[in-house]
Design a protein around this ligand. Structure first.
Ligand code: C2E
Ligand code: MG
Ligand code: MG
Length: 759
């Protein structure tokens, strides 16, 4: 029996030494805690053996004392190990000190007992021939030791049990296993104590306990934990993960992979899934760090995947399996596509933005180097007005409608974009350009809302791309530049860019740009053309502007007046000329020539942009002249556009004392009709009647009728452009009152006029 115990004890010690050696390899607090327990553990076993074998009473007594002391140490270290194991943070240096104090006291008690035998005593017992030993018997003072060691056990259990109830499922096992081991050993030890036997079987449990604690604390649980945690992490990732074993059998598939591939939670089969298209299941060995981007076309949409394969080799380079990660990039692709779309397309019309249009047009031109292209830009002339009148929602509807029209008719080779505001641009191969379509488009934009129809004038400027070295933006500029030359026109909706037109535009811009400077430098001058009455008496003159340009020399009003009108700057010049004319009238008045009048021209534009009535009233007041001496020439066309309004203005001017003349009468379309509507003081008959030699009889007849009619309507007649004596005679015969023309004089400078006529 004793020998069996000795053999077992030796095995226990070997096991504990083995544990110690294994634990030393781990550099962590748990491993250190186990190591610390092993020393008192081995000591306990050794003392238990001495207790069993010795016949010497003193040695047995000492062995008993040391046995109890080392049990105390063992349980103390068990407690400290447990505290570390359950992850409590002992800031309790004080509590440990108390424990060590109690340990020391326990040791002192035991040594004290060696001399006094007041804690326990031993007596030799012979059970049989082979089995005799010292049995111990405890006295009340032993309670201290018992209380101390069982307190340690209680604390240890308390820590473990607390943790068992306060941890996740996968950790619980870790604490239950240690609690069970400790429990079994403690129970065995309690039985030994209770029986007071020399054979402490509980020490055999140390080997098992030590091994199990070592195994559970450092090997099994951490590995198991690692696996379980990894599985949870793998299941939780947003990337799909599939793992194959060495036989290429799928052994693991995480939730994400299942979702991507549509595999249900039980199955590990990849057959029938999209994964089959990615990988050759039988040759997984060949995939080493392989990444593929895969686009899967389905009937409803395209899906995008990124798949990374890799084989797994063990440390000896044996193939043990493979795995792949799958990322479903469909959403990402859609987001990028959407962002790209947003950045490159106008939200309202869905057409390319300006920048993107330039890029795409440039690309198209590069891809078709031999084709001739047209850059077509469009603009709506009265869009802003409609926008203001009916509201921007309606304006937006119009833009969408136009965009839709371009989209519907576009061929695949066309590039079209929305250039902001009310502008669109189209790049189109010349051979696909259909002028009829654009003409129809330009005249087609009529919208009706709440029973009101709005006609929008769409204009196209077309630039033929001959020079591809210039940027697309400049091509657009050229198309727009040319478009601006017809903007506002009722008849022309499409204009083609030519070098000649371009030069004209440049010249126009130059002239307009020079206007302010020219006014400041007094480059504009009044020339006067005398007006003579039927009895050859000078009654006044028409003020005609002359521009003495420092570089270009003399510029004809026939050239710059229409440009200034088109560019809406004519008012600056007219007002300037009116001032000069008034100043002259004032001087003549001061010189006693109040009988002379000056006729000034009023550009049709000014009737809309200026408060003409106010200006003339101010002028006569300022220069202290009589309104009747300032005659105002308004053209027939200016009146025609808004008869009611102009009639009112004319009436007010007449009431103020001004003479209103209708200039260029007969050059328009509805002159006779106008006489019915308008009552001016003077009709200036256009020289066109005198010039026309082919229909001389017809012209004469018309002239005669007009003059008669005017007379009957109490209007004075001035004949313009009278060049010959015959004309004078003939017009006199017809009853014309006043003459103006080269026959009498050309427009001449003020100085010359005064010298000639006022001396
Ligand atoms: P308009 O008002 O009809 O002026 C008469 C034009 O006929 C003047 O041309 C004059 O030189 C020209 N003329 C006069 N007698 C004869 C003639 O016997 N034969 C021919 N062939 N021509 C004759 P001009 O000075 O070149 O002016 C052209 C037009 O420019 C004017 O036509 C007028 O519409 C405009 N204009 C001139 N000065 C002004 C101005 O200060 N303001 C505005 N708004 N327009 C002006
Ligand atoms: Mg005139
Ligand atoms: Mg005229």
């Amino acid at each position: 029996m004793k020998m069996t115990m000795l053999v077992l004890a030796t095995i226990v010690i070997i096991c504990l030494c083995f544990c110690y050696a294994r634990c030393r390899k781990y550099d962590n607090a748990v491993a250190r805690g186990i190591c610390k327990m092993i020393f008192p553990g081995i000591a306990t076993v050794i003392f238990a053996m001495v207790m069993l074998f010795t016949r010497h009473r003193n040695i047995s007594m000492l062995a008993h004392s040391l046995y109890f002391i080392s049990t105390g140490w063992l349980l103390s270290f068990l407690l400290t190990y447990t505290i570390v194991y359950v992850g409590m943070k002992p800031k309790e240096k004080i509590k440990y000190s108390l424990m060590y104090l109690l340990l020391a006291s326990d040791a002192a008690f035991m040594i004290y007992n060696f001399f006094t035998e007041k804690v326990f005593t031993i007596s030799y017992i012979i059970y049989s021939e082979e089995l005799s030993y010292y049995k111990f018997e405890v006295f009340p003072l032993f309670t201290f030791h018992a209380f101390f060691v069982y307190s340690l056990v209680v604390f240890t259990f308390a820590a473990l049990i607390y943790k068992i109830f306060h941890t996740g499922n996968i950790y619980r096992k870790k604490y239950i296993s240690v609690a069970l081991i400790v429990g079994i050993i403690v129970v065995a030890n309690a039985i030994f104590m209770f029986l007071g036997d020399a054979i402490d079987f509980s020490v055999l449990g140390y080997a098992v306990g030590g091994l199990l604690i070592y195994y559970y604390s450092l090997v099994y649980i951490p590995t198991e934990l690692k696996h379980q945690t990894l599985a949870l992490v793998a299941d939780d990732t947003t990337e799909g993960l599939i793992i194959f074993d060495e036989n290429n059998e799928c052994i693991y598939m995480n939730n994400c992979a299942r979702k991507i591939l549509g595999v249900d939670s039980e199955s590990l089969k990849l057959t029938g899934t999209v994964a089959e298209e990615w990988l050759d299941i039988h040759n997984l060995k060949n995939y080493k760090n392989t990444v593929i981007n895969y686009r899967h076309n389905t009937v409803s949409d395209d899906r995008y995947y990124k798949i990374s394969f890799n084989r797994i080799d063990d440390e000896k380079n044996y193939y043990i399996g493979s795995y792949f990660f799958i990322q479903d990039l469909t959403a990402e692709h859609r987001r990028i596509d959407e962002e790209h779309y947003k950045a490159t397309h106008n939200g309202l019309t869905g057409l390319y933005t300006t920048e993107h249009f330039f890029d795409m047009a440039e690309k198209a031109l590069k891809e078709h180097p031999d084709d001739t292209y047209l850059m077509i830009c469009s603009d709506i002339s009265n869009f802003k007005l409609v926008n203001d009148l009916v509201g921007w929602e309606y304006g937006n509807e119009v833009l969408v409608h136009i965009a839709e029209a371009f989209r519907m008719s576009a061929t695949p080779d066309e590039v079209y974009g929305y250039m902001g505001s009310d502008r669109f641009a189209i790049l189109i191969p010349k051979d696909q350009y259909d002028e009829t379509w654009f003409k129809a488009m330009a005249s087609d934009i009529t919208y009706t809302k709440e029973d009101i129809s709005y006609v929008l004038n769409l204009y196209f400027g077309i630039y033929e791309i001959n020079d591809r070295s210039i940027p697309v933006s400049v091509m657009c500029d050229r198309a727009y530049m040319i478009l601006n030359t017809i903007k506002g026109s009722y008849t022309q909706r499409i204009v083609y860019y030519t070098d000649e037109v371009r030069e004209n535009v440049i010249r126009e811009n130059e002239l307009v740009g020079a206007l302010d400077g020219a006014l400041n430098n007094e480059e504009f001058e009044i020339y006067l053309q005398p007006q003579v009455s039927i009895d050859r008496k000078l009654i006044g003159a028409e003020a005609l502007v002359r521009w003495k340009h420092p570089e270009k020399g003399f510029v004809s009003p026939g050239e710059f007046i229409p440009i200034f009108e088109k560019k809406n700057v004519i008012s600056k010049l007219d007002v300037y000329i009116w001032h000069r004319a008034c100043r002259l009238l004032k001087r003549w008045k001061d010189e006693g020539r109040e009988d002379l009048s000056i006729s000034v021209n009023i550009s049709p534009k000014n009737l809309y942009t200026l408060d003409v009535y106010r200006i003339f009233m101010d002028l006569v007041a300022r220069y202290e002249i009589e309104p009747k001496n300032l005659r105002l020439e308004i053209t027939e066309t200016a009146i025609m556009t808004d008869i009611a309004k102009q009639n009112d203005l004319i009436r007010r001017l007449q009431q103020a004392g001004f003479f209103v003349e209708m200039d260029d009468f007969g050059s328009g379309y509805s002159s006779l009709n106008m006489l019915k509507e308008i009552s001016v003081d003077v009709i200036k008959i256009d020289r066109i009647f005198l010039e026309d030699s082919t229909n001389i009889e017809r012209s004469r007849f018309i002239l005669e009728t007009v003059i008669k009619l005017s007379k009957q309507l109490n209007m004075e007649i001035i004949a313009e452009g009278v060049e010959t004596k015959e004309q004078v005679d003939f017009l006199t015969e017809l009853g014309c009152d006043i003459f103006q023309g080269y026959y009498f004089d050309k427009p001449i400078s003020v100085a010359e006029f005064e010298e000639k006529y006022l001396q």
